[in-house]
Write a protein that binds this ligand. Structure first.
Ligand SMILES: Cc1cc2nc3c(=O)[nH]c(=O)nc-3n(C[C@H](O)[C@H](O)[C@H](O)COP(=O)(O)OP(=O)(O)OC[C@H]3O[C@@H](n4cnc5c(N)ncnc54)[C@H](O)[C@@H]3O)c2cc1C
Length: 385
């Protein structure tokens, strides 16, 4: 234990902060978990489902959260992505020789179960919120406060943010036709619409909806009553892909709707004396590839591995040693930039409505569809963000 009482102070109350506190505790570090009391009293209500990749699931397995979460998760066997002019990409777990392409999990259940696991984690103690490394009861302050992190601001780290002018509208849906483990996504220019197969409330016939639309349209969609919203959704599907609309059947709302503003953002620095950033506090990507939390959990995995490696090799070093934090930043910067570039590039490609661009992007999709190794590479990147 350090002179400050703890080894690492984790600030934040989302999935990244809780996974980090658990992973550090499993390695025997003494952890101060700084979060507002409200976060403990009332777990967040969240209608979202998250697509979690193989690396994220492996981390949750090691944290012993996955067995409790699995009943709230649905495996995806196939994925069909449609362009706006006949382009199509299809992935299957069988062809890619993986057990499943991804898991769809209940966002609220994930946070609740991480919180429950933390109640029994050795060496983790709740402390009041902190706002700077000097306030933290540990030599290292791990800032996992999400995209609006005040501590990041107080550290003078700028968060370069490019607003997409879109919102992600999310809800749970019931379907009249079983989903058979197929995730579907439509690039409709300017919308991106995704249906993620789920088992709740209707076993084998529910979806998590993520519909990215310009902000004014998102507000209008939220203001509609349920029947009118369902009609808009069905008409959007029927217009862009009558065959796909038939495959999903009639969709009806099974939850409230909520919407999140979408942006691409990156903190200018990810570490400094006595502090390090993880998750959305460090980077924010568009949810079209379902990778934001996957990137955050990969940050957790990498930081904990680097701290463990440093403790074994240089036991006299502080957890806040700049060389350890630099290694973490070097390992995470490239995959995060690559994912941000990919989602941003796709979005811009599909935002351009000129005829030749539309033709090119749809031809490109169909070309990738025929190139087995390229598809395999894309799936590999998505499974291991
Ligand atoms: C519509 C939509 C769909 C998405 N789908 C997917 C998906 O399918 N797959 C995927 O991987 N990702 C997805 N994401 C991204 C994912 O939601 C985020 O990347 C993830 O929630 C980030 O987790 P986090 O813990 O870093 O931040 P947050 O979830 O924002 O959590 C941070 C928490 O810390 C709290 N906090 C703030 N300041 C302090 C402080 N000073 N002290 C203590 N606590 C503080 C905040 O209130 C917040 O509760 C989606 C996002 C959206 C908007």
């Amino acid at each position: 234990m350090t002179a400050k009482g703890f080894d690492v102070c984790v600030s934040g109350s989302g999935a990244v902060a809780m996974s980090l506190a658990l992973a550090l505790s499993a390695q025997g570090w003494r952890v101060a978990w700084a979060r507002p009391e409200s976060a403990v009293a009332a777990p967040r209500v969240d209608v979202r489902t998250y697509a979690l990749n193989a690396r994220a699931v492996a981390l949750l397995e090691r944290l012993r959260v996955w067995p409790a979460l699995q009943p709230h998760a649905t495996p995806v066997w196939d994925m069909v992505i449609r362009g706006d002019d006949g382009g199509q990409l299809a992935f299957s777990a069988w062809q890619q020789q993986v057990r499943e392409l991804t898991w769809i999990v209940d966002a609220a259940a994930l946070e609740r179960l991480l919180g429950e696991a933390l109640r029994f984690a050795a060496g983790v103690q709740g402390v009041p919120p902190v706002s700077s490394p000097a306030d933290a009861p540990a030599p290292l302050l791990a800032v996992c406060e999400g995209k609006h992190s005040a501590t990041r601001g107080a550290l003078g780290v700028s968060f370069e943010r490019q607003d997409y002018g879109h919102m992600g509208v999310a809800a749970r849906l019931r379907a009249s036709v079983p989903h058979q483990g197929v995730a579907r996504q439509w690039f409709r220019s300017p919308d991106v619409l995704a249906l993620l197969p789920f088992h709740d409330p209707e076993l084998g016939a529910s979806y998590g909806l993520v519909w990215s639309v310009p902000t004014a349209r998102a507000e209008a969609l939220l203001a509609l009553d349920d029947a009118a919203f369902e009609a808009e959704l069905m008409s959007a599907l029927a217009q862009s892909d009558p065959e796909g609309a038939q495959a999903v059947g009639e969709l009806s709302l099974a939850s409230a709707r909520a919407a999140w503003p979408l942006a691409l953002a990156q903190a200018e620095r990810w570490s400094g004396p006595g502090w390090v950033l993880l998750g959305d506090a460090a980077h924010q990507v568009h949810p079209l590839a379902g990778q934001g939390l996957n990137l955050g959990l990969a940050d957790v995995d990498t930081l904990v591995a680097e701290l463990g490696h440093a403790r074994k090799t240089f036991p006299w070093r502080s957890p806040a040693d700049a060389r350890t934090l630099d290694r973490y930043v070097r390992r995470r910067m490239w995959p995060t930039r690559a994912m941000a570039g990919l989602t941003d590039g796709l979005l811009h490609l599909f935002a351009d409505d000129r005829g030749p661009v539309r033709e090119l992007r749809n031809t490109g999709m169909s070309l990738v569809q025929r190139l087995g190794p390229v598809k395999h590479w894309l799936v590999g990147r998505a499974l291991d963000a």
